[in-house]
Structures are given as structure tokens and as C-alpha cells.
Design a protein around this ligand. Structure first.
Ligand SMILES: [Zn+2]
Length: 259
């Protein structure tokens, strides 16, 4: 058998042979009883196949419970450390509600229409104050987030570490189209770094972003226990965004109607 090279031949050869004896009279009687039982099982099985007419075999049915039992420990494992698993699930924004806020040969950054309008006004106001806001990342679909997360699992050596750096697919604020990562056009080496908090862009955002209904999502000591991200901001200026980030208590809030 050439297809079993990983099993050492010697080990199989040295398996001690089982002692064999010719069956005694009582042994032969047991064989007769066993044969009758097998015949019964065979007839019963045939009846089952003919009258049930079902593709599902008894063997498959019997195997199911043991599979379920085997999966329980792995499903329970994440809840052992809830402090690191506090990204919230978010719905993915429909393509029809996205507007480009920046275009470059490498990448186009999109936000939801309402957030895009306010971001454009905010970036223009910053520019008048001599500050260059650069959109690094806006809307992300599930596939993009999956690739990003898997890359971080490899880079940081596991799912737990990757969760501190980025959300798993389905759990990123970027799916909503209301969140974006911002850089400082005059300090590109601080992009997606904690040192972004020492840039003119960050100081300007801290002082002015709320006038355009943007807030920092993951400040120091945030209740979700996500790593501090001074570059990550979210829009909270209309009904959809408020419901997304603060729940249904804002249902009666008037949506922002600024142009
Ligand atoms: Zn972000």
C-alpha cells in the first residue's frame, strides 16, 4: 500500500497476534445465536429501507448526537473571556446608500450619504484652519473585514490578540458606512498609530468634530475594551446612525436635515 507512507511498517508488523482457539461447543452455540441476531437485524434493516424509502440511514442518525457533543467545548470557549470579545454586531450598509468621500488611484473611500455630506463639510472647515484630514478607510464589506481580520490573526498570533486590533467580520463599525479612519495629511507617518493623537488633525477633531456630529468611537478606557483608536470616528447625526450606535431610544429624534 503506497498510500500509507506515514505509518511505520515495522510498527504494524510487531503488533502482537491475538490468541486464537477453535470455538468450543458453547462457543459454536453462541455463534448460532449471533447469526440469528444478525439475520434479524438484516431483515429489520431491509424492512426499514423498503418501507421508509428515506435516504437517511440509521447509521447517520446514530452518529449525529456524538458530533453535537464534540462541538460543545469549542462553542463554549469564547465566553470564557468576555472582556476581549466586546465588538458589537452591525448590519452592512446597502451599496445604494454610499457616497465616495475621496478617490485615489489605489482606493476610493465611501461613507453613508448622510455621513458623507457632513464629513465633506467638516474636511472643508478643517482645511480653512490649515488642517488636512485624509480618509484612510470608510465603509467596508464583510469580505474586506474578513481578509483584514485573518491577516491580524496571523500577524498577532491568534484570534484573541487580533480582536484587540480589529473587529471580526460582521462586528466592525465600518460595515455601517457611518465610521471612518482619519489621517493627518501633514503627518503621514502617524497613520493608524497612537501617535496620531499628537497631530494637528487630532487636536482639530477633538475641538470641532462634534459640530459636524462626529465622535471618537474607541477612546481610552472605552466600555467595549477595544484598543484606543484616536483615528477612528463615527457619525451620530441622524436617526439611522443614532439607532445603530445607541439603540432604539432615539427613534423619536428628528433626523438631521442639514444639506
Ligand atoms: Zn476604524
Amino acid at each position: 500500500m503506497n498510500d500509507l507512507p506515514e505509518i511505520p511498517t515495522a510498527r504494524r508488523e510487531y503488533t502482537p497476534p491475538r490468541p486464537t482457539k477453535p470455538p468450543s461447543y458453547a462457543g459454536r452455540q453462541r455463534l448460532v445465536v449471533l447469526g440469528a441476531l444478525l439475520l434479524g437485524v438484516g431483515v429489520g434493516g431491509l424492512w426499514f429501507l423498503v418501507f421508509q424509502g428515506n435516504a437517511r440511514t440509521p447509521a447517520a442518525t446514530a452518529a449525529a448526537p456524538s458530533t453535537t457533543v464534540a462541538e460543545v467545548p469549542s462553542l463554549d470557549a469564547p465566553s470564557a473571556d468576555p472582556g476581549l470579545l466586546s465588538h458589537h454586531p452591525y448590519a452592512v450598509a446597502p451599496q445604494s446608500e454610499l457616497t465616495a468621500i475621496s478617490r485615489s488611484p489605489e482606493k476610493t473611500v465611501y461613507l453613508r450619504d448622510s455621513a458623507a455630506r457632513q464629513y465633506t463639510r467638516m474636511a472643508a472647515a478643517a482645511r480653512r484652519d490649515g488642517v488636512v484630514l485624509v480618509p484612510i478607510s470608510g465603509f467596508r464589506d464583510l469580505k474586506y473585514q474578513e481578509n483584514l481580520f485573518n491577516r491580524n490573526v496571523v500577524r498577532y498570533g491568534g484570534v484573541e490578540e487580533a480582536r484587540k486590533i480589529s473587529a471580526p467580520p460582521g462586528y466592525s463599525e465600518h460595515h455601517t458606512g457611518y465610521a471612518l479612519d482619519l489621517g493627518d495629511g501633514k503627518a503621514p507617518n502617524t497613520t493608524l498609530q497612537a501617535s496620531f493623537e499628537r497631530t494637528a488633525a487630532f487636536r482639530w477633531l477633538k475641538a470641532n468634530a462634534k459640530r459636524y456630529s462626529f465622535e471618537i468611537s474607541f477612546d481610552r478606557g472605552n466600555p467595549q475594551a477595544v484598543s484606543y483608536e484616536p483615528w477612528h470616528w463615527r457619525f451620530i447625526g441622524d436617526k439611522g446612525s443614532l439607532e445603530t450606535f445607541y439603540g432604539n431610544s432615539f427613534t423619536n429624534e428628528q433626523p438631521s436635515d442639514t444639506p
